[in-house]
Design a protein around this ligand. Structure first.
Ligand code: KG4
Ligand code: ZN
Length: 402
C-alpha cells in the first residue's frame, strides 16, 4: 500500500510518501519521500505562530512540495508523463474551483502545477484533519480533497496526535528508501504527548482505542517553553532556546538560588498546569532584575524552569504507567526533542518500571511531519469521501470526531 501524507496543522508544510505492507502482521515500511518546510522564519518576529500567515505559506508551498515529494518517491506515472491541462473537462475545473475557493493562491498553483501531472501510483491520501489551527488545517484538507477528486483516490483523515504517537514505530534513525520493520508496541501503552498545543497522557489499549487520562488545564508544555523564552528575551520556538541556555549552567555553578514550583506534581489526577509556572517566572524576573542583568539571569532561570517542567512530566507519566500497569510507554510531540526530558524519562522507566519498554521518537521526527500522518493512516484505514471531509480544530483523540 502506498500512502501520500499531508500535514498543515500548524507552521510546517509537509508531504511524505510511504510504502507499507502487512506481511503476516509484521508491517514493513519504506519511506519514499519525507519533505518538511518549516515556516519558523516567518513567525519568529511575532514570537509565535500567526494562523493566517501559516495559511498563506501553506497555500504557496503545498503544490511545489507535492511535486518534489512525488519526484523523490520515483512513483510510476509521476515523473515525466505530463498531460495537457487543456484536456481537463470544464466540469472538473469547476469542481476544483469550488473545493479551493477559499484558497485562491493554492488554486492557481494547483491548476498550473498539479492538474497537468498524471495520477501517481498511490493507494490513499492521508491528511491531518485536526487538532490544529483552523485556517492552516483547512488549507491541507482542501488540498487533499482536490487531489482526491482529481486523482480518484480515497482520503484517510488523521488525528495529528495519532501521528505523534506512531512516530516511535519508525525507530531511532529511519532511513529513506530502505525497507525496514516497524517496531512493535506492547499493549497496553501509555503515551505522553507534549507539544506546542497539547500536553496529554493517553492510555492506548490498541491502535485506535484511546482514553485521555490527563491533560493540561491551561498552557501546553511547549507553549510554556515558548512563553518563558519570550519573557527571557529569547527567540521562537522557545524550547530549543531554553534548553541551550540551561545547558550552559553546570550544577552548583550558579550563585543565584532560584526555585520554581512543580505545579500539580502531587495532585492525585493526571492533569497538568503550566501557566502558573510562567507567571512565577515573570515575578521572579521582576524581582531579580533589580540586582542582576537579564543576560545573567537567562541561564539559571532556563535551567530551573526546564527542571520543573521535566520533573512534573516524568513524575506523572511514571505514576500513570504504574497505575495502569502498562507494558510500554511512548513519548511524542515537539517537546520530545528535549534532551533532559528524554534522559530523565529513560532513567526513571529503567529504575521504576524495569519490565516496561520506553519508545522515544527519532529526534529528526519529533516536530510536525507528514511521514507520521501517512503512518497513522495505515493503522486507522478509515476512508472518507472528499466531499464529506472537514477540518476539526479541537478534535480529540478519545471521541469519534472523525
Ligand atoms: O509538535 P510540535 O512541533 O507542534 C505542535 O503540534 O505544537 O511542537 C512544537 C513545540 C514548541 O512549543 C517548541 O518550543 C517545543 O515543541 N520544542 C521543545 C524543544 N524543541 C521543540 N521544547 C523543549 N525542548 C526542546 N528541545
Ligand atoms: Zn505536533
Amino acid at each position: 500500500m502506498v500512502i501520500l501524507g499531508i500535514e498543515t496543522s500548524c507552521d510546517e508544510t509537509a508531504i511524505a510518501v510511504i510504502e507499507i505492507g502487512d506481511p503476516k502482521k509484521k508491517p514493513r515500511i519504506k519511506i519514499l519521500s519525507n519533505i518538511i518546510l518549516s515556516q519558523i522564519p516567518f513567525h519568529r518576529k511575532f514570537g509565535g505562530v500567526v494562523p493566517n500567515l501559516a495559511k498563506r505559506e501553506h497555500q504557496r508551498n503545498l503544490a511545489p512540495i507535492l511535486i518534489r515529494a512525488l519526484k523523490e518517491a520515483e512513483l510510476r506515472n509521476s515523473k515525466s508523463e505530463i498531460r495537457n491541462p487543456k484536456q481537463i473537462q470544464n466540469s472538473k475545473l469547476q469542481v476544483l474551483n469550488s473545493i479551493l475557493e477559499r484558497e485562491p493562491e493554492l488554486l492557481e498553483r494547483f491548476k498550473k502545477d498539479v492538474v497537468p501531472i498524471r495520477p501517481p501510483q498511490v493507494d490513499a491520501i492521508a491528511v491531518t484533519t485536526g487538532p490544529g489551527l483552523e485556517p492552516a488545517l483547512w488549507t491541507g484538507v482542501n488540498f487533499a480533497r482536490a487531489l482526491s477528486f482529481l486523482w480518484k483516490k480515497p482520503i484517510i483523515p488523521v488525528n495529528h496526535l495519532e501521528g505523534h504517537i506512531y512516530t516511535v514505530m519508525l525507530g531511532n534513525r529511519p532511513a529513506l528508501k530502505q525497507m525496514f520493520q516497524l517496531q512493535e508496541l506492547k499493549p497496553p501503552t501509555l503515551v505522553l504527548i507534549a507539544s506546542g498545543g497539547h500536553t496529554e497522557l493517553i492510555l492506548m489499549r490498541k491502535p485506535g482505542l484511546y482514553s485521555v487520562i490527563g491533560e493540561t488545564r491551561d498552557d501546553a508544555a511547549g507553549e510554556a517553553f515558548d512563553k518563558v523564552a519570550r519573557l527571557l528575551g529569547l527567540g521562537y520556538p522557545g524550547g530549543p532556546e531554553i534548553a541551550a541556555q540551561a545547558a550552559k549552567i553546570k550544577i552548583g555553578s550558579s550563585k543565584l538560588k532560584i526555585s520554581l514550583p512543580r505545579p500539580m506534581i502531587k495532585s492525585p489526577d493526571f492533569d497538568f498546569s503550566f501557566s502558573g509556572l510562567k507567571t512565577a517566572v515573570r515575578y521572579l524576573l521582576q524581582d531579580l532584575q533589580k540586582k542582576h542583568s537579564l543576560k545573567n539571569l537567562r541561564g539559571p532561570i532556563s535551567k530551573e524552569f526546564q527542571d520543573a517542567v521535566v520533573e512534573v512530566l516524568v513524575a506523572k507519566t511514571i505514576r500513570a504507567a504504574k497505575k495502569f500497569k502498562v507494558k510500554s510507554v511512548i513519548l511524542g510531540g515537539g517537546v520530545a526533542a528535549n534532551k533532559l526530558l528524554r534522559e530523565t524519562l529513560e532513567k526513571e522507566v529503567k529504575r521504576q518500571l524495569p519490565s516496561t519498554t520506553l519508545h522515544l521518537p527519532a529526534t529528526s521526527l519529533t516536530g510536525d511531519n507528514a511521514l507520521m500522518i501517512a503512518l497513522a493512516a495505515y493503522f486507522s484505514k478509515k476512508e472518507k469521501h472528499w466531499s464529506k471531509l472537514r477540518a476539526i480544530a479541537n478534535m480529540r483523540l478519545d471521541k469519534k470526531s472523525r
